[in-house]
Ligand binder design. Structure first.
Ligand code: NAG
Length: 157
């Protein structure tokens, strides 16, 4: 069953920060939707490490953000897993959509311009949200998930 998809332009310079902010938005969305028993998948190894390993050193630029994410995980039955990028094409397609979207408009780079939704859930401006029906470009990857389609690794790692 499809529940929700979000594509958000995030104006930060490092991949790590973008991954961390996307994770926080996703967790807040799941909470605002009252979802329980959520399995979260990331293809960012470093993000997985710092969120799940409480003794791993936090990057200075993301200390508060990682703490917020850890708190969000500790509040519900949420679990974070790491997976290969090839297993995460659905998220990839949403990121590509957000990237194309910002090419066609001028947009603010401040995160404090947010839309306040239910339960205090803040969604950055210019986010796209799909409920009930996934966007067409995502349907293909959701079908692959449902049918357990295997992907080859793109690199040897
Ligand atoms: C957690 O992080 C610490 C510090 O970086 C490291 O020494 C330890 O091996 C890590 N634990 C696991 C289970 O990866």
């Amino acid at each position: 069953m499809f529940i929700m998809a979000i594509a958000t332009p995030i104006a930060f310079s490092t991949t790590f920060l973008v991954e961390a902010i996307a994770l926080k938005i996703g967790l807040q969305a799941a909470k605002a939707s009252n979802l329980a028993n959520v399995l979260v998948e990331t293809d960012c190894r470093m993000l997985y490490e710092v969120v799940t390993n409480l003794s791993s050193p936090l990057p200075a630029s993301a200390k508060e953000l990682i703490k917020e994410i850890r708190d969000l995980f500790s509040e519900g039955n949420f679990q974070l897993n790491w997976n290969y990028r090839e297993a995460n094409y659905g998220a990839d397609s949403l990121a590509t959509f957000a990237a194309h979207m910002v090419e066609t408009m001028t947009w603010d780079t401040t995160l404090d311009q947010e839309n306040r939704l239910q339960n205090g859930w803040m969604l950055p401006k210019y986010s796209s949200v799909w409920n009930v029906t996934p966007p067409p470009f995502l349907g293909r990857w959701l079908n692959h998930d449902i049918m357990n389609v295997c992907k080859r690794r793109m690199t040897s790692r």
